[in-house]
Design a protein around this ligand. Structure first.
Ligand code: PAF
Length: 283
């Protein structure tokens, strides 16, 4: 496995693959790799000749300095996990200056409203930070395909929009959410949960499943009230938001339209740890 810290050295290697017409896949991550990330890497290996995994905790997408500081980092363990998958992988672990230069700040994007709801509404500047780093990574690696998990479904839609507005020739592949045995969506943040919180966090997915099973039988308002009540009585979880939205535009559901796909989204805190999850309701 080859590990690069400098983009110039990485780009030199990739230029050789490009001229040999190799298909290059990119899996952008912030490290603290878990089965969800490894699944993305395995998916990338299936359809790409060379797979680059970037590991970089991006400061501009954190609106809360405490969250950035506490974000788990363990490069050695990450490299070991990747090596177990394949010794042919290429890992890019730059520092902030290598990627951003001397000005570590976000570019402003117009994501056509996709960034104004849910995560965007509750984490100020988050998606400009994500857009900025993903654009920098795409410009560095110039991948043919890039792989992202559906756990961050809003992010996935925003990255699709980013490639459209920036006219970037990269195919964005969304991969299904991987879950712990309890149903809890796999996330690097799960490591920060106490055993009791982790056990109780499974309630988020159970709730989403109930909504899916009953989709179309109740009004959005009634579901909203029911969810708020369920969480109000929960000893370990605090609801930040719940929304049912159109899968493509992420606009809040008004009434169910024929042929339209919908998803339900939840963000909740277990202690200080913020968890998100979502589910497709009608496909
Ligand atoms: O999903 C993530 O881990 C991050 O938001 C990403 C896409 C790697 C950008 O920093």
């Amino acid at each position: 496995m080859q590990v690069f810290k400098e983009k110039k050295v990485l780009q030199k290697l990739l230029a050789g693959f490009k001229s040999d017409k190799k298909v290059i896949g990119l899996v952008p991550t912030m490290g603290a790799l878990h089965q969800g990330h490894l699944f993305l890497v395995k998916e990338a290996i299936k359809t790409c000749d060379k797979v680059v995994i970037s590991i970089f905790v991006n400061p501009t997408q954190f609106d809360n300095p405490k969250d950035l500081e506490k974000y788990p980092r363990n490069l050695e363990a990450d490299l070991r996990l990747l090596e177990e998958i394949s010794s042919d992988l290429i890992v890019f672990t730059p520092n902030a200056v290598e990627l951003y230069g001397s000005q570590i700040k976000s570019e402003e994007f117009d994501f056509n409203g996709l960034d104004k709801v849910m995560e965007g509404k509750h984490r100020s500047g988050h998606f400009n930070g994500v857009g900025t780093i993903v654009k920098l990574l795409f410009n560095t690696v110039k991948p043919d395909k890039a792989f992202f998990g559906e756990k961050d479904y809003q992010q996935l839609q925003i990255i699709r929009k980013l490639t459209e507005i920036e006219a970037m020739p990269v195919e964005i592949i969304g991969c299904p959410i991987l879950r712990e045995e309890s149903g809890l969506a796999r996330s690097s943040r799960n490591e920060r949960l106490t055993p009791k919180q982790r056990e109780n966090a499974a309630f988020i997915y159970k709730t989403l499943q109930e909504i899916k099973n009953n989709f179309g039988t109740n009004s959005a308002d009634n579901i909203q009230k029911w969810i708020e009540n369920e969480f109000k009585n929960h000893p370990f979880l605090e609801l930040e938001y719940f929304e049912i939205s159109e899968a493509k535009t992420l606009q809040k559901i008004t009434n169910i339209k024929e042929g339209e796909q919908y998803r339900a989204f939840i963000a909740a805190y277990a202690g200080e740890v913020r968890l998100i999850d979502n589910i497709a309701l009608n496909n």
